[in-house]
Design a protein around this ligand. Structure first.
Ligand code: OXD
Length: 308
């Protein structure tokens, strides 16, 4: 059984595989091995987009696509019949939760302002202090999956109040349904968006969502750019009424002349929340387990599209 993985380092990280499994490194879609026949299990490059999905139809024996990303939006609806699609749920919980905590603290404690002052060799105490703080804040987490709960667990020691929102309410876990957002948003000091990009969540953060946020609130998007309507985001942020920390944008990469770059109340990072050194060891542990399951004819985990 032939498996394609995108990283040389992955060969060692997969763990022991059954003897019938052969693993080839197939990196960037431009530099794929020429022999595509027999590939039954494919791990495309992390966060690869349409150039990789285009290959789906050149792999005649493909049965499983195992993503290295938590988000599967670029792949859903594109896999041929009979191909199972699995995401990397769980792999990104620590890294993305850490980015969210970092981004919230950085914005509330004005680190970007201090970094800009440092570049000018300016002691910005009088201009900036006292800053805001995280202690005592009300945090609304929109997206109560594994990353959302990892964010809650990491923020808990900061003495904050939480509200979690999911697609459907889970009252026994204190999770509200998304239809409650208009009531919940005005109470939140920090709104963290972590929903997957689907037809239901595309444009969720629209003008009404933003207008419902309280004055001075912070919006954090570590989900996908199109979950927010960029025009509405730019318009609301331009008033200075709220601020934002964005790891994702629409479009992505953000063009050099985009207004978001210049906004003093916006902290931007280039979709790096999951890109940490621990990614490959965590991801290939999952891939190795999935290959062993597949080879043994056992059900796969993290299934987004079931090809059977
Ligand atoms: C992911 C990401 O989906 O890092 O894993 O964006």
């Amino acid at each position: 059984m032939k498996v394609w993985i995108p990283h040389e380092a992955g060969l060692k990280l997969l763990g022991e595989l059954p003897p019938e499994v052969t693993v080839e490194v197939a990196g960037h879609p431009d530099k794929l091995p020429s022999d595509t026949a027999g590939v039954r299990f494919w791990v495309p490059p992390f966060l690869s987009g349409s150039d990789a999905t285009a290959l789906l139809h050149q792999l005649p024996d493909l049965e499983v696509v195992q993503l290295l990303s938590a988000g599967a939006d670029a792949w859903v609806g594109r896999t041929p019949d009979g191909v199972t699609l699995c995401d990397a749920r769980g792999v990104h919980d620590p890294s993305t939760a850490e980015w969210v905590v970092t981004a919230i603290l950085a914005q509330l404690r004005a680190f970007p302002v201090f970094a800009r002052a440092q570049a000018r060799r300016e002691w910005a105490f009088d201009a900036v202090a006292p800053t805001d703080e995280l202690t005592g804040k009300r945090v609304l987490i929109v997206g109560a999956g594994s990353i959302g709960t990892a964010v809650r667990d990491r923020l808990a020691p900061f003495d904050v109040d939480f509200t979690l929102v999911a697609r459907t309410a889970r009252p026994e876990q204190g999770v509200y349904g998304v239809e409650e957002l208009p009531r919940l948003l005005p109470d939140a000091d920090v709104v963290v968006v972590l929903v997957p990009l689907t037809e239901q969540t595309r444009g969720l953060v629209d003008a009404a969502f933003l207008a419902a946020m309280r004055d001075g609130a912070l919006l954090v998007n570590a989900a996908r750019g199109p979950v927010a309507r960029t025009e509405a985001l730019v318009a609301e942020l331009a008033t200075g009424r709220i601020s934002a920390a964005l790891d994702v944008t629409d479009p992505e990469p953000l063009p050099a002349d985009h207004p978001l770059w210049e906004m003093p109340n916006v902290l931007l990072t280039p979709h790096v929340a999951g890109s940490v050194r621990g990614l490959l060891p965590r991801a290939y542990r999952l891939v190795g387990d999935q290959v062993r399951r597949f080879a043994a004819g056992q059900p796969l985990i993290n299934t987004v599209v079931d090809g059977y």
